[in-house]
Design a protein around this ligand. Structure first.
Ligand code: ADP
Ligand code: MG
Length: 255
């Protein structure tokens, strides 16, 4: 963990995220058992695997919502495991979308989209509102500025959460099962927004059970089981012809 904070070579190489030998323990339980992988700029990497395999923990390590036990995570050239790293800055450049939306229930949509822009980005009210409107339109929710989360469908709430993350102008977006809490008829709208983002070149890491999305939008598919990456590769190839028995067994249950 003694790599310098800024590493210009890594930035030029096109790597948005580089993870090396990542281990994470919760007490005695080793949840990540030596993870190595990378995400290039503009890539969409989908992560699949059984419940409890460590997918959320991996994502949460990438923006330091969890402290890695050992290993290296370099995000946009910054070693985020370095004790000197500015974690607020790192987090403000990584948009995160959770299964459970996590909107502020007592704030309307516009307030939800403006608060971090004003408090973290230091934007004035007018600029924050303008950015928020642009992003609300982008997720198909222009006109919902005054609505409160409880009055929106789950799919609309998730799209607000995506617009809120985008309003911070993140370098990359991490999605943790963004459609798993949604009624089936609402999943498509959220996936469509994510697909648009991908086509605009956003760097994305997506934990998902939506194999259609992984196949169509993903540049890389990572299969995790029991704290390790068992297999990774082109989504079309991995889904059609998995090389490992564990991958085959998992896919036979979800496809
Ligand atoms: P996944 O997202 O693939 O379902 P998680 O990363 O959420 O897996 O969890 C991996 C393992 O780590 C599970 O055994 C889970 O119970 C455990 N775990 C996750 N978070 C914590 C925590 N904060 N404290 C203790 N154990 C945890
Ligand atoms: Mg999870």
């Amino acid at each position: 963990m003694t790599v310098p904070t800024q590493n210009p070579t890594e930035k030029k190489s096109g790597r948005a995220i580089e993870v090396r030998e990542l281990h994470k323990y919760f007490g005695e339980l080793e949840v990540l058992k030596g993870i190595d992988f990378h995400v290039d700029h503009g890539q969409v990497v989908c992560v699949i695997g059984p419940s409890g395999s460590g997918k959320s923990t991996l994502l949460r390590c990438v923006n330091r919502l969890e402290d890695p036990t050992s290993g290296t995570i370099v995000v946009e050239g910054v070693d985020i495991c370095d004790p000197e790293a500015d974690l607020d800055d790192v987090r403000s450049r990584i948009g995160m979308v959770f299964q459970s939306f996590n909107l502020f229930p007592h704030m309307n949509v516009m307030r939800n989209l403006c608060i971090a822009q004003q408090r973290v980005r230091g934007r004035g009210k007018d600029e924050a509102i303008e950015v928020a409107r642009t992003n609300l339109a982008k997720v198909g929710l222009a006109g919902k500025e005054d609505a409160y989360p409880a009055h929106l469908s789950g799919g609309q709430q998730q799209r607000v959460a995506i617009a809120r993350a985008l309003s911070m102008d993140p370098d990359m977006m991490l999605f943790d099962e963004p459609t798993s809490a949604l009624d089936p008829e609402l999943v498509g709208d959220v996936l469509a927004v994510m697909k648009d983002l991908a086509s605009e070149g956003m760097t994305m890491m997506v934990v998902t059970h939506e194999m259609g999305f992984a196949r169509e939008v993903g540049d890389k598919l990572v299969f995790m089981d029991d704290g390790v990456i068992v297999e990774e590769g082109d989504p079309v190839e991995v889904l059609a012809d998995p090389q490992h028995e564990r991958t085959r067994s998992f896919l036979s249950k979800v496809l």
